[in-house]
Design a protein around this ligand. Structure first.
Ligand code: GLN
Length: 286
């Protein structure tokens, strides 16, 4: 049986070549906390304590998966988003901090006059966007759709765990006939897949080999495919005073902005994320 301290250092030393010293230490802390239930300070005081039989088994399995390059969030089965903990698994994308900024934008724009507000989120994943929106704007009615049944199930678990009532619909948004059955919304939000499958090799291995292809890749070679579908849908399904909010890859920011303008959106605003990358867009018809 290894001790608390040995567990931490073994994880850290094995991951340092993959992630660098600092990130390896951060991951090792999270994983050791998950296995032992003890935080950094408690573990420091108990550093020679041995793992129990069960903890040792979890540790052995976790270490193998981490060394194989699997993201820490999948190994421990959870990730944080806007101060709340979400179940994550291979069916869903790991929520990203950039997406928190997108949610923040919507909350800033709508929380004060939210009576009767209807929100549609396209591409549910873990449910991080719709669940955060519902908990931060409780008056809103929030609907979210995803093509993946695994994602819908995961989001349902998260909605229950975080006690939020949202409507989840399994639906292929690229199917025009199906998506047109959706109603009219004041807010449409999406962090859609935008990586052309032809760029697959340029992705970091821990993303490429472990996160769900359905959530990352656009079918075909057009990175704007989903934005086009969202813009076309928005023209029919956005209330006259409504707004579309999308997350995007900074390389395509300009093209996305142009696309929404060409589709007839009167005002299109593009915003940077905390890293200074053009990351999100807001489009209104007026
Ligand atoms: N909305 C989810 C997220 O931002 C899933 C996005 C996706 O699957 N492309 O994490």
């Amino acid at each position: 049986m290894v001790t608390f301290s040995q567990a931490f250092y073994t994880i850290k030393n094995n991951l340092a070549p993959i992630y660098g010293e600092r990130e390896a230490a951060a991951i090792a802390h999270e994983v050791t906390l998950h296995i032992t239930g003890k935080d950094k300070m408690e573990r420091l005081m108990l550093k020679d304590q041995q793992l129990t039989d069960l903890q040792q088994r979890v540790y052995d399995a976790s270490l193998q998966r981490l060394i194989a390059g699997e993201p820490m969030q999948y190994v421990i089965g959870s990730a944080w988003f806007m101060g709340k903990e979400y179940f994550v698994n291979k069916e869903v994308l790991i929520p990203r901090p950039e997406t928190e900024e997108l949610v923040d934008w919507i909350v800033t724009d709508h929380a004060r006059s939210a009576a009767g507000l209807t929100i549609l989120d396209i591409g549910t994943g873990s449910g991080c966007i719709p669940i955060s929106l519902k908990s931060l704007i409780p008056e809103a009615t929030v609907t979210s759709c995803d093509i993946s049944t695994g994602a819908i199930e995961t989001a349902r678990l998260n909605a229950e765990r975080l006690k939020t009532e949202i409507e989840l619909i399994q639906l292929d948004f690229l199917n025009e006939e199906l998506r047109n059955k959706l109603g009219i919304f004041n807010v449409i939000v999406s962090n859609p897949p935008y990586i052309p499958i032809t760029d697959r090799d340029s992705l970091q291995p821990h993303v490429r080999d472990h996160e769900p292809g359905l959530a990352l890749f656009v079918p075909g070679s057009d990175p704007l495919l989903f934005y086009k579908a969202i813009a076309i849908f928005g023209k029919e399904h956005l209330s006259p005073d409504g707004a579309i909010y999308c997350e995007m890859e900074s390389t395509y920011a300009q093209e996305c902005e142009t696309l929404f303008k060409i589709e007839g959106f009167g005002t299109v605003t593009v915003k940077m994320d905390m890293h200074g990358n053009w990351r999100m867009l807001k489009a209104t018809l007026a």
